[in-house]
Design a binder for this molecule. Structure first.
Ligand code: NI
Length: 163
């Protein structure tokens, strides 16, 4: 297993289009193992493949007793709305209040290629929703006010130029 580099905004790969996973092969299993290793090393709760530069519809989530691999996930129902603070490994140091659905129903394939249909709520729904945004090139700043978005965009662009 290997710890992968987590891309930091404004790396353009965070915005790239992703494609569905079509093969449950050794290459996929290796990527999933590396993503777990990377998530643990970063002490995060979720990581999506585009964050490690891989344009696939795949994410891993670990929070409380839930440890899940979501392959080609789709939200098929959502309800409620809740504002709460969240962070993102691609925006180190940023914690902002974001509105998310309170409850979502998501269908996906797990790491064994089994099809799943699950309803999750609260913070787990938030993590799923956040990570699934990554699969669509959507980032936490896109869900903030124009003022905050502009401030953070400039701050991270400045940091990227300086490094
Ligand atoms: Ni994120």
């Amino acid at each position: 297993m290997a710890i992968l580099d987590i891309l930091v905004y404004p790396n353009p790969a965070l915005r790239q289009e992703t494609v569905s996973v079509i093969a449950f092969d050794d290459k996929l299993r290796k990527l999933i193992a590396d993503m777990w290793e990377t998530l643990y090393a970063a002490k995060g709760v979720g990581l999506a493949a585009p964050q490690v530069g891989v344009p696939l519809r795949l994410l891993v989530v670990e929070w409380e007793d839930a440890r899940k691999v979501l392959i080609n996930p789709r939200i098929v129902e959502e309800s409620g709305a809740e504002r709460s603070e969240e962070g993102c490994l691609s925006f180190p140091g940023v914690y902002e209040e974001v509105e998310r659905p309170e409850r979502i129903r998501v269908v996906y394939w797990d790491e064994n290629g089994e099809s799943r249909d699950e309803v999750v709520e609260g913070y787990l729904a938030r993590i799923f929703s956040h990570e699934m945004d990554h699969l669509n090139g959507k980032l936490i700043i896109d869900r903030l006010s124009l003022l905050k978005r502009t401030f953070l965009r400039k701050k991270f662009e400045r940091k990227a130029r300086a490094s």
